[in-house]
Design a protein around this ligand. Structure first.
Ligand SMILES: Nc1nc2c(ncn2[C@@H]2O[C@H](COP(=O)(O)OP(=O)(O)OP(=O)(O)O)[C@@H](O)[C@H]2O)c(=O)[nH]1
Length: 195
């Protein structure tokens, strides 16, 4: 796949009048960019989801867990520009369900970010995957991110301009006080004052 992509990128460079044959800066760029797309930026499309270590919820912990900030590095589906920011995940475990290793939330965010995305779908995909694997009573995913398709081109919006999207499942969707508790913990973690 990398070789095919590199050949097509070479053609694209030709059309854009970028010398990738003799210019010392761009000579290897088609191959370099092909590697970046296949092995990094779009990696999540060609690899299996992360292995999830599950633990029995032996003592029936049933209170809200919130983890974050989780770094988000993704790519906009419309202009292929970077999306970067943070995610927070809230889990309301089922007393008879499973817990998963804390680092796996970061891995799941990384996995679904490694493809072309829009933010609304990214938070949903992360939430649905966690729900399918762990069957919690409730789950919330909140993401705040900068879209460089908006800040670096087009309208050239403020670099501080962000998009916030949330996805709620189960009891986290219907229970207003749980949502409020989750958002309060997100704010505390965002300030670096989650302790
Ligand atoms: N809802 C949503 N919109 C996004 C996201 N990422 C980028 N966009 C927007 O999607 C739109 C892209 O579609 P078009 O309007 O066809 O693109 P364009 O003509 O280049 O538009 P401009 O960016 O306004 O120059 C832009 O308004 C982007 O800001 C996202 O994650 N969610």
């Amino acid at each position: 796949m990398r070789d095919l992509v590199a050949a097509k990128l070479g053609e694209l460079f030709d059309i854009l009048q970028i010398d990738h044959q003799s210019d010392h800066n761009t000579r290897d760029t088609p191959a370099r960019v092909a590697k970046m797309y296949v092995e990094e930026i779009l990696r999540g499309r060609y690899t299996a989801p992360p292995e999830i270590t599950e633990f029995d919820n032996a003592e029936g912990y049933d209170q809200l867990i919130v983890t974050g900030p989780i770094d988000v590095r993704s790519t906009c589906a419309h202009h292929l520009m970077p999306i970067y920011g943070h995610a927070y995940i809230g889990i309301l475990p089922a007393a008879d369900g499973k817990l998963i290793g804390l680092s796996k939330y970061d891995r799941i965010v990384d996995y679904f970010s490694a493809r072309l995305q829009i933010q609304e779908e990214l938070v949903n995909q992360i939430g649905q995957f966690i729900c399918e694997r762990t069957r919690p009573r409730g789950l919330a995913v909140r993401m705040s991110a900068v879209h460089m398709c908006k800040t670096h081109r087009g309208i050239k919006a403020s670099h501080r301009s962000r998009m916030v999207s949330c996805s709620y499942f189960g009891e986290m969707k219907s229970d207003r006080s749980l949502k409020a508790e989750f958002l309060q913990e997100c704010r505390a973690l965002e300030r670096g004052a989650g302790d």
